[in-house]
Structures are given as C-alpha cells and as structure tokens.
Design a protein around this ligand. Sequence first.
Ligand code: FMN
Length: 182
Amino acid sequence: MNKVKLENRPVGPFPAALAGAMVDGRPNYAAVGAAGCVCLDPVLYVSLKSTHYTTAGVRKSGYFSINIPSADLLPQTDFCGLVSGGDRDKAQLFHSFFDAAGDAPMIEECPLNFLCKVFQTTQVRGFEVFFGEVVAAYASQGAMVDGQPDVQKIDPIIMMGASYCGVGGVIGHPFAEGKALL
Ligand SMILES: Cc1cc2nc3c(=O)[nH]c(=O)nc-3n(C[C@H](O)[C@H](O)[C@H](O)COP(=O)(O)O)c2cc1C
C-alpha cells in the first residue's frame, strides 16, 4: 500500500461559501467551509461556531443563506472569515438582496445563492449545525450556460490545506462515468 499517514484532521478539498444571516437588523456574512448538501431533498447544512455573530442571527431568525463566491471575490470572502460582524459591518462589502420566502440576506455578487429555512439544529463540539430546507435559489445570469449554472463561469474557491484553489472545469457527469465499470 503506497500511503502516507496524515494527522487526523480533514484537509479538504472543501468549497468556500459565505453564510448569511440577519443580525440585529443588518445583513452579516461569515466565510464557511462546513456547508453543503445533506440528502436527496433540497436541504443544506451549515456548521457555525456557537459564538459567531452569524450564529446568533440564524438562531433568532430561523433562516440562513449559502452564497457561493467566485475566485474574484477571494479578498472579500477571506475578510468575512477574518473579522466578526460584531466588530465590523461586513454588509458594506456586498450588495444584499432578499426573497419573500425568508429573512436572510443573499449576496448579489455571488453567482449562486440558496436561502434556507432551519428545521433542525444539532450541537457538535462548540458548533451549531443548522439544517435548512432550500426555500429560494438564484444564479447570476452571467454564470449560466445552456440554462444551467456552469462551474467555469462560477469559478468557485476550493479550500485545500492552507491554500485556496480554483477548479479546472468539467471532467465528467454523475452516474455516467462509472458505467464503464459496471
Ligand atoms: C476559509 C474559511 C472558512 C471558515 N469556515 C468556517 C466554518 O465552516 N464554520 C465556522 O463556524 N467558522 C468558519 N470560519 C471562521 C469564520 O468565518 C470567522 O470566525 C468569522 O469571523 C465569523 O464571523 P461572524 O462573527 O461575523 O459570524 C472560516 C474562516 C475562513 C477564513
């Protein structure tokens, strides 16, 4: 077996996202790596440290948004992970928009946005894992190809170890590439 044993910590790759919530009547955004898909239904999770400013907003409002930034938003994304909304107004970095389906801000500059209504919360070692039903979803027109959000147009930020990386593009299709091995 040609393997190197690593430290027991997940190194990625994880897509970077910006979790949004209303806090004290203002939009706030935190950088997150711990967010994603949960099951076949339209459900996303986000795992937020209990002490984060954003967490208080999700807890109170019952809504969060997941916004997928493009690589050109890397400075703003990293800033949202460096600084707390309790100290700085991070809403100034972006244009926020809303949907009638729920009270969480979304980021106009991000090519993909998902508004989620919390239906379950689990505490895990100082974090609150919010599970939310997707109640609205948006894509920027410029991120679409043939009516579908396109990975190269979206140009997501991938976290790997201590680095931010880009993606190369489409390499295949789910439930298709494995058929050769059936
Ligand atoms: C790339 C990156 C990913 C992060 N991922 C998470 C995460 O998944 N969960 C979390 O609670 N904090 C995460 N953080 C830390 C928060 O974004 C950071 O503490 C932020 O300042 C919290 O903002 P707030 O207090 O306004 O909510 C991450 C930070 C960075 C830079």
